[in-house]
Design a protein around this ligand. Structure first.
Ligand code: GDP
Length: 427
């Protein structure tokens, strides 16, 4: 993807998350100087497969697995320090050098124990299908100007008053829920005191660091978490995450100007999945869902939750192409469809005799629609060994050509297996 005109690239999920961004970022990171996360928290779970080993990364950018690549966590992320350190320790134990290569924005808001408590006790969080890791409450505090940032950890008196105010607010919420649980400011403060030296040693002005790297001509990959349809503004609200997952969020969440991002790659599965509640217009019936879930191992990397599955929805991806300004697509998990006799693509939604081609802002509209499908003969040939487009069965190529056409965006990569080498570059 990188060349003389593309130096800063953002990679986003163009469906409901779990598209295989981890693998794409891992492959692209090889030619990169920096990989930077810009939103989300420890609720993201990128699975990357190296040889026979599979590693799940929640907060550390997957570029860390490539020696020489620098990684950063931007201000748009809400940082769970305890879980970050556990991840770093696990990586270090498996031989990955993290020290000096991972930087954390001093403007990032922290996920604190009281955020997790509120999230766990919240029936609303459960109804929306959140991971219960305190991400939503931490973002709420951020927007309400009640958050605690990494840089506050440098100032013990300020930190105490922020944590006390945050704890009081959390306790009022817990009381409102009818929960008997209460948060304790001293508990949070002593946990923070313990982690402070290690955290502060990694913290810096990430926006400035990335800007400086850009000026020196470095190649920079901005790594999104979740997917476009989970974006707090552009997703299937209220069944969304608490941050801006789309490409625009990258500029804000790293602290660089939008014009300094040269290209946007959208990762999509060759079908569709989503976790938790909310609309999924092309959802399979239960038997087919179970079949594809098994074929694609569609269980959450963070939670183990079974994912809901459906046909590829070109309405959704066309929408993602638009709101992200995607310059290319990467289609993953094509191999999962290898054994199917027939494969469908959703080209539009039918409602009251009309065809809707654009994804609606009001998800209630989706209740009344019927997806319009185009059917393709399956290829019934393993694709895992393909390394060039020409190696793919003709029916698979036909399917991909139509995806490209309907989504109005060129396909730049096709992934045909979990391993790093199982990828086809089409450019
Ligand atoms: P992410 O959050 O977008 O990185 O997605 P996840 O890591 O949650 O899910 C992607 C899963 O799909 C991981 O288990 C990957 O190993 C796997 N995966 C990625 N690309 C492919 C592919 O082309 N084929 C198959 N079969 N699995 C893939």
């Amino acid at each position: 993807m990188f060349d003389s005109s593309i130096r800063t690239l953002v990679v986003v999920g163009a469906q409901w998350g779990d598209e295989g961004k981890g693998k794409l970022v891992d492959v692209l990171a090889e030619g990169c100087d920096w990989v930077v996360r810009y939103q989300g928290g420890a609720n993201a779970g990128h699975t990357v497969q190296i040889g026979e080993e599979s590693t799940v990364l929640h907060q550390v950018p997957s570029g860390i697995l490539h020696p020489g690549v620098h990684c950063a966590i931007g201000n748009g992320v809400v940082l769970d320090v305890e879980s970050l350190f556990a991840e770093i320790d696990a990586l270090t134990q498996s031989g990955v050098v993290v020290d000096g290569r991972l930087h954390v924005s001093d403007r990032a808001n922290l996920v604190l124990p009281y955020h997790k408590l509120v999230d766990k006790e919240s029936a609303a969080s459960r109804a929306i299908g959140t991971t219960g890791r305190g991400i939503g409450p931490a973002y709420e505090d951020k927007v309400a100007r009640r958050g605690v940032r990494v840089l506050d950890v440098r100032h013990p008196a300020r930190l105490r008053s922020l944590v006390e105010a945050g704890t009081m607010h959390a306790n009022r919420i817990l009381e409102g829920f009818g929960s008997a649980k209460r948060a304790d400011a001293d508990y949070t403060l002593s946990a923070l005191a313990e982690i402070a030296p290690r955290l502060l040693a990694m913290s810096k002005d990430v926006g400035l660091t990335v800007h400086t790297a850009q000026k020196s001509g470095a190649t920079i990959l901005l790594e999104g978490a979740q997917g476009s349809l989970l974006d707090v503004d552009h997703g299937t609200y209220p069944f969304v995450t608490s941050s801006s997952t789309t490409a625009g969020g990258a500029a804000i969440g790293v602290g660089i100007g939008p014009r300094s991002i040269d290209a946007a790659l959208g990762v999509v599965k060759a079908y569709t999945t989503r976790v938790g509640a909310g609309p999924l217009p092309t959802e399979f019936d239960e038997a087919m869902s179970e079949h594809v879930r098994k074929l694609g191992n569609e269980f959450g990397a963070t939670t183990g939750r079974p994912r809901r599955c459906g046909w590829f929805d070109a309405v959704v991806v066309r929408y993602a192409v638009r709101v992200n300004g995607l310059t290319a697509l990467a289609v993953t998990k094509l191999d999962v469809l290898d054994t199917l006799d027939r494969i469908a693509l959703c080209t539009g939604y039918e409602i009251a005799g009309e065809v809707m081609e654009h994804f609606p802002g009001d998800i209630a509209v989706l209740d009344g629609i019927t997806p319009r499908y185009e059917w393709f003969d399956g290829w019934r040939t393993p694709t895992g060994g393909a390394r060039r487009v020409d190696d793919l069965p003709v029916n698979a190529r036909r399917y991909l050509d139509r995806v490209e056409e309907l989504c109005e965006c060129p396909i730049r990569y096709v992934s045909v297996g979990t391993r790093r080498d199982q990828i086809i570059g089409t450019g």
